[in-house]
Design a protein around this ligand. Structure first.
Ligand SMILES: Cc1ncc(COP(=O)(O)O)c(C=O)c1O
Ligand SMILES: [Zn+2]
Length: 420
């Protein structure tokens, strides 16, 4: 086994995880705080040696992501450590929205119910365990907003220091959340891609020594947290993979890990083998993957983002080529929607299902609507759409269209005058 790190890995406990493996060339490395293959610069991901895993064993676990701990890079005793215990969010049977769109069976996986109100609590939970394992004292990240809040909150509970980096122009609620949990919040003048580049530099500097960057040097561990979305969807559907699923794309990590998790479930015999289609959703103002998909290209040309969907505003997505590959291989697609369609979709989901999504959820529901209307999504197939964050984080997106119906004096006459 090649070594990508000088860390002493003998005392590490990552449960069923046994190695890092290169997604491009298959080279294997000892588990360490590293994320790129030294042979080909391909991304590293976790390789496992799963024992026998049964539905009963999972069902006996806690109602959070740790019920799947035997499928994650965490020690068996993870449950007993202070952590945010995210996951097991609602899979909402969305009959009203289905009717409106002309679909037979639709569910919304609503991850706004996580502790810091986005799916990022899932991935950060893995990063915390990796930081503990590697003996890091500080948890950090480059973030489009949600990750920053998830990191500062989880670090607070785990007793780690936090220092997180965001672009300076983020939504106020995300800035407030990321700072209220303590730690340091540094806003950088630039795009997310500038912030990410800065973090890569920091890792190489003594300033960042003993720091775990959730989505950089801990990325292989962190990314695995997104698998729990797929496990939960399958288990909540009665141990069945949906026919088609719509997933938002920023870096593309979540989408690639959901695909990885469905494949694991099939391989472990936890669900029946079946084809499934994965659809990727972007905002038109930051749609490098959708643009490449429509042009029939395999390479992603980076863009400078300009969209209200700031949580998805990554112009140079690390997993972009894999998203393209998965969408094509599964018979899905990559599509984008305008900011106006994002706002419309947020309001549609709220009006039909009582779920207030952040702009990322507006992107997925907007893309779902567009694909159904274009006949590119099978209206009779079992469909799942993700809402990955809470609308309270992006109030400005809908504020101008969401005002009181009327402002009146407290009298029946005044009410009668406006309600007729
Ligand atoms: C709310 C929300 N949804 C989806 C994503 C997409 O995540 P990924 O980078 O894994 O594609 C993000 C990323 O920041 C996000 O904040
Ligand atoms: Zn490689």
């Amino acid at each position: 086994m090649a070594l990508a790190t000088t860390e002493n890995t003998t005392s590490l406990d990552f449960g069923p995880a046994v190695a890092l493996s290169c997604r491009e060339c298959g080279a294997r490395y000892d588990l360490g705080p590293t994320f790129a293959c030294v042979e080909c610069f391909g991304p590293l991901e976790i390789a496992y040696d799963f024992g026998q895993v049964t539905r009963e064993q999972i069902a006996a676990g806690p109602t959070n992501i740790w019920r799947y701990r035997s499928l994650l890079p965490v020690p068996a005793d993870v449950i007993s450590k202070p952590n945010m215990a995210p996951g097991w969010t609602k899979l909402v049977k969305a009959d009203n929205l289905a009717r409106e769109l002309g679909l037979r069976s639709l569910h919304v996986k609503d991850d706004s119910g996580n502790p810091t109100h986005s799916f990022k609590d899932r991935v950060v939970a893995m990063a915390v365990e990796a930081a503990r394992n590697f003996g890091f004292h500080t948890l950090s990240c480059s973030s489009t907003g949600n990750l920053a809040g998830a990191v500062t909150a989880a670090a607070a509970r785990a007793g780690l220091d936090a220092c997180v980096f965001i672009p300076a122009d983020l939504e106020e609620a995300k800035v407030v959340m990321a700072s209220v949990y303590g730690g340091k919040l540094v806003a950088i003048e630039g795009t997310y891609d500038d912030v990410n580049r800065f973090c890569s530099e920091l890792i190489g500097d003594e300033l960042g020594d003993q720091w775990g960057f959730a989505n950089v040097n801990l990325r292989p561990y962190y990314a695995e947290g997104s698998k729990t979305l797929a496990y939960e969807i399958a288990e909540q559907l009665g141990w069945r993979i949906p026919d088609q699923i719509v997933i938002p794309v920023a870096s593309g990590s979540q989408l690639t890990k959901i695909d990885k998790a469905f494949k694991e479930l099939i391989k472990l015999g936890l669900v029946e083998e079946k084809p499934y289609k994965i659809f990727a959703a972007q905002a038109e103002g930051c749609s490098p993957v959708s643009t490449a998909y429509k042009a029939g290209l395999d390479v992603i040309r980076p863009v400078k983002p300009n969209t209200i969907a700031k949580s998805l505003a990554i112009g140079n997505p690390a997993d972009g080529p894999y998203v393209l590959d998965i969408a094509r291989r599964t018979g899905g697609a990559v599509e984008d929607v305008t900011d106006a369609e994002v706002v419309d979709a947020i309001r549609l989901l709220a009006r039909t299902e009582g779920i207030f999504a952040e702009t990322a959820g507006g992107v997925t529901v907007g893309v779902l609507r567009k694909l159904v209307a274009a006949g590119r999504l099978d209206p009779d197939a079992e469909t799942v759409v993700l809402n990955t964050g809470d609308g309270l984080k992006t109030l400005d997106a809908v504020a101008s269209q969401a005002r009181p119906t009327a402002v009146i004096r407290p009298s029946l006459d005044a009410f009668r005058a406006v309600i007729a």
